[in-house]
Each structure stands twice: as C-alpha cells, then as structure tokens.
Design a binder for this molecule. Sequence first.
Ligand code: HEM
Length: 197
Amino acid sequence: MIPLHALPTVNASLNATSACLLLAGYGFIRAKRIGAHTGCMLLACLTSTLFLASYLYYHAQAGVTRFAGEGWIRPAYFLLLLSHTVLAVVIVPLVLRTLWLAFQRRFEAHERWARVTLPLWLYVSVTGVLVYLLLYHMPSAEACPMCSEALFAPGEGAARAGLVKGYAVSVAVLLGIPLLLIGGIAAMVVRAAHPKK
Ligand code: HEM
C-alpha cells in the first residue's frame, strides 16, 4: 500500500509518464508506426486516468496543501495552477472525441482534432509536474509537512526512518522525471529521423 504522503510524488510521476507517452506516440505516428502510436496514446489515457483517480483520492484524504512561496512566485504559481486546472477539464472531451474518431477510422478528422488535443494534453501533463515541484520541493517552500523540513525536526524510531526513506525515494523519483522526459523526446526524434520502411 502506498502511504498517503507519497501520493503527490506518484501523481507527478504519472503526469510525467503521460507526457513521455504522448511525445513517443507523436514520434511513432510521424514515423508511420500506427500500432505503436495507438499503444502509446491508449497508455497515456490510462496513466492520465490513474492520475486523476489518485489525485482526487489524495485531496479527499489530505485536504488542501497551501503554497508557501512569497513574492513574484506566488501569482506565477496560481496562474500556472489555474491554467493547468482549467485545461485539465477542457481536454477530457477533446481526448474522447479524438479517440472516438480514431476508432471510427475517420483519420482525417482524427488528425484535425488531435492537432489541438495533443499540445493541450502535453501542457496539462508538464504543468502538473511543475505545480508539484513548486508546491512540494521549492527550496523556500515549507508547504510539505512530510518533506525536507520534517527531516530536521526532532524525533526518532520507525516513523522517522520511514520519513527519511520516503523523502529519499521522492527525491530519486524526481530526478528520474527529467531523464524520462529526455528519453521520450530522444525516442521521438530518432523514430522521426528513421521511419520504418
Ligand atoms: C487521444 C489519443 C490520440 C492522440 C492525441 C493522437 C494524436 C495524433 C496526431 C497528433 C496525429 C497527426 C500526426 C501528424 O501530424 O502527422 C495522429 C494521426 C493518426 N492517428 Fe492518432 N492520436 C490518438 C489516438 C489514436 C488511436 C487510438 C489510433 C488508432 C485507432 C490512432 C491512429 C492514428 C492514425 C492512423 C493517424 C494518421 C492519420 C493519417 O495520416 O491520415 N490515433 N494522431
């Protein structure tokens, strides 16, 4: 069972995975590999759906996490959060319509809709990761009661060891996100440069 305090990191990873799958799916269709394109896009639907379920569960249990940043970063953060949230709602019917057209084999219309759906979906996935980084890992933020600040608080025993381990895992996952993104982009570029004959 994943502990509640680890869920924001899991959610950010699901968002990053969706972004990678979307990039790879785009690379595959540019290389005319329809099967791989379909697979990546369906997996992106799955990871985005898992994210939504896990996100709603986390906030139902843990309530709201307050953003602790001050100064210019504060309006910037709320603007990012607003655009992310609004577009996260907007993309749902767009994704469903794009999928529907593909399964109806109406590929011309699919392509037209997908040109709007894909960049918006990518924006939502990437900003999801950025919101997480700002909220839980910005150096000046004291927003996460289970993260860095707690490491320096007095305490001992299994709970503290679990905290230290949880923090180390979340940092490792975070470091993995850029690598995943770079890997996805590299795969896209390689596939586009060497289309399957
Ligand atoms: C919501 C998920 C999907 C998105 C965001 C998406 C995105 C795209 C994009 C952006 C293109 C145009 C690529 C270009 O500019 O050359 C495209 C084309 C295409 N997609 Fe998808 N796709 C999705 C799901 C699917 C599925 C499930 C299938 C298969 C059933 C599929 C089959 C195709 C095919 C065959 C083309 C080529 C159309 C043509 O060249 O006429 N796509 N898709």
